[in-house]
Design a binder for this molecule. Sequence first.
Ligand SMILES: Cc1cc2nc3c(=O)[nH]c(=O)nc-3n(C[C@H](O)[C@H](O)[C@H](O)COP(=O)(O)O)c2cc1C
Ligand code: SF4
Length: 518
Amino acid sequence: MTVTIYVPRDSGALALGAGKVADAIASEIRTRGINAKLVRNGSRGLYWLEPMVEVETSQGRVAYGPVTAKDVASLFDADFLSGGKHALSLGDPEEIPYLARQTRLTFARVGITDPISLDDYKAHGGLVGLEKALTMTPTDIVRQVTDSGLRGRGGAGFPTGVKWKTVLDTPGELKYIVCNADEGDSGTFSDRMIMEGDPFILIEGMTIAAIAVGATKGYIYLRSEYPHAERALNEALAVARKAGVLGKSILGSIHAFDIEVRMGAGAYVCGEETALLDSLEGKRGQVRAKPPLPAHKGLFGRPTVINNVISLASVPIVLDKGAAYYKDFGLGRSRGTIPIQIAGNARYPGLFEAAFGLTLGEIVDKIGGGTKSGRPVRAVQVGGPLGAYFPRELFDTPFDYEAFAAKDGLIGHAGIVVFDDTVDMLKQARFAMEFCGIESCGKCTPCRVGAVRGVEVADRIAHGVEPEKQIELLEDLCNTMKFGSLCALGGFTPYPVMSALRHFPEDFRPHPVREAAE
Ligand SMILES: Cc1cc2nc3c(=O)[nH]c(=O)nc-3n(C[C@H](O)[C@H](O)[C@H](O)COP(=O)(O)O)c2cc1C
Ligand code: SF4
């Protein structure tokens, strides 16, 4: 019998040596003359255990990790192909508490299947959503998505069904589906994990969107830093075309649709949907004033659905299991599940998909295990570089769009970056302004000029130059940026700055005063 061994092809696992581990396993298979097959799967998202190797045994999957190339020979000696005991044994991966406690809907297949095998995808419930969509009217598909309560996972949390309805209702001979795969937020990697670990779910979600609104062409705008995702997507797209999932007749139907991958060039602002469209059109990525909305006049002036990877990858589940099933997860107006990404100084960094509603404290302390450094957690930044810093006093905030907004924060793309008590929050505030200055598209003054002035003000505070006056100036500047900027880059930079100032005022005192106080 052929034994199947899984070694992730995920970038995170590769960065930790998965490529060398796979080579070493292939070499042992050859030299020992063993009948085994090596599959390059996605990552389960338990990054402190990567590279995590799994074997399909007669008792089910057995995992080992973190494995280095040097461990490989001893794994074979310990008969790991039959689940033999080894110092790196992790047992059944599904029973590892970090994984067992999750509700995996969007990530149900990631780490389990061969990302490029359509047969594997179908064997694990893939394409059921698309097949159902092909039997429905566009209006009914859009209604299902609306009723599911799905909101955009790219950051703004806008209802996906409402966006689709606008495009459906806008007449146009040519319409587009654009997938925002720029994933520029700090500490985020869920889009990448899906594209590398289960690209067919994104292809299926985009195809359902196309049928729903009457689009014939799709683009995935992928950040340039994701070459492994690019490869996985292009391999999967070729398989999908050959199998008739994409092309002139989707699964033999009257609908035509195809998808192309386009690479970005590394600008954070090109994740903003209108700058992204400019970039896709071959121009310098600059934010467009709204209206017109992309849903009315988007790519090349045509009606366009633009959605984040996770939003689109959640759609097949909604169509397969029904709106009510999806909506049953979550709380308030935050329905379904959200793939939370725990990063920074975390003991257990990784991806944790769960229904909305866990508290921030549960995520950071119980799931993330506190800091890797072992020092106390002082702050966490939620929602990328434009997200607020949360102190421990706000750790009872439930993971929910409205609850975070009520605390002057945002969930964004659900990335959480953990900091211990050595963090200097004035430096973090300065960094937010500096980042905005570097990444600003330059179109509006509050952001273009405000960010540069913000850095200068932060520096004056650090040097003890009229600190009280400067803090007043910083608050004033933040208000101008918040209410005067054209897009959320300038408009949300005040969130990290003001939260740092509000929750950690002691860090904004001049250094000699701070040192004396400590
Ligand atoms: C500066 C800036 C950067 C952004 N970067 C991203 C990004 O990397 N990925 C993303 O999906 N949305 C990003 N967004 C949000 C998009 O503008 C837009 O809301 C999103 O693509 C809509 O898709 P959704 O409704 O599925 O979330 C960014 C917004 C701003 C203002
Ligand atoms: S806020 Fe900044 S990034 Fe956004 S449009 Fe204005 S200058 Fe460009």
